[in-house]
Ligand binder design. Structure first.
Ligand code: SF4
Length: 209
């Protein structure tokens, strides 16, 4: 378990960082840090859309079609990894005969090429939920999916050991940065991220200059 961070505590995170910070880290580590410590990020259209009520029975049917024997569905279930100091609410943790299937809803799911490229951060976020779900429910992960509300479609999201390592790395880097009170000095930066970044005006790295 990571030690506490006064900066994070000031935003109410305490010893735990939101799992969404893992996704942001793989967009830009500075942006992830500023989201945790600076002005609250403005709500985007896709964030509002993501809060729409999900078609629960439809998602259950899609899971059953894929061969998952669902016993119980836990919606917006709070989960935490004490080991990594992460917490969040997974859109769906479906308890099955073989463990647990997790589903994260997005407005639109990228295709397989996107998931392995620019949108790999979505897989990192799902891996963060997977780690926290396993630790919270003490069940093995059977599968993970992204549910696209636009297309009414499940996209498989294989949670590989490499993705689990990405989660560990991001959590460690962000906890250390918060302890030091300075943004991470190195890390991944998705091409073009700066051009639409809401933190351009206050970014201490000014990588976009
Ligand atoms: S301006 Fe660029 S480097 Fe700075 S926080 Fe935004 S995306 Fe990151």
């Amino acid at each position: 378990m990571q030690s506490s961070s006064a900066l994070a505590a000031g935003r109410g995170w305490g010893d735990y960082l939101p799992i969404t910070a893992v996704k942001e880290y793989y967009w830009c580590p500075v942006s992830a840090y500023l989201q945790l410590t600076g002005p609250r990020p403005r709500e985007t259209w896709s964030m509002r859309a993501g809060r729409q009520r999900l078609p629960r029975e439809r998602i259950r049917a899609l899971l059953e079609q894929r061969g998952h024997s669902v016993r119980e569905m836990l919606w917006e279930h709070p989960v935490a990894s004490h080991r990594l100091g992460l917490r969040g609410r997974v859109d769906l943790a479906a308890l099955t005969s073989r463990g647990v299937v997790i589903v994260e809803a997005k407005l639109a799911a990228p295709g397989p090429r996107g998931l392995q490229g620019r949108d790999r951060r979505l897989l990192a976020q799902l891996a963060g939920y997977a780690v926290a779900v396993e630790e919270t429910l003490r069940l093995p992960l059977e599968a993970a999916y992204i549910y696209s509300t636009e297309d009414d479609r499940l996209t498989p999201a294989p949670i590989t050991p490499g993705l689990r390592r990405l989660v560990e790395h991001a959590a460690k880097e962000l906890h250390q940065a918060l302890e030091k009170g300075t943004p991470p000095e190195t890390g991944p930066l998705v091409r073009g991220a700066c051009s639409t970044c809401q933190y351009r005006g206050i970014c201490p790295r000014r990588l976009h200059a």
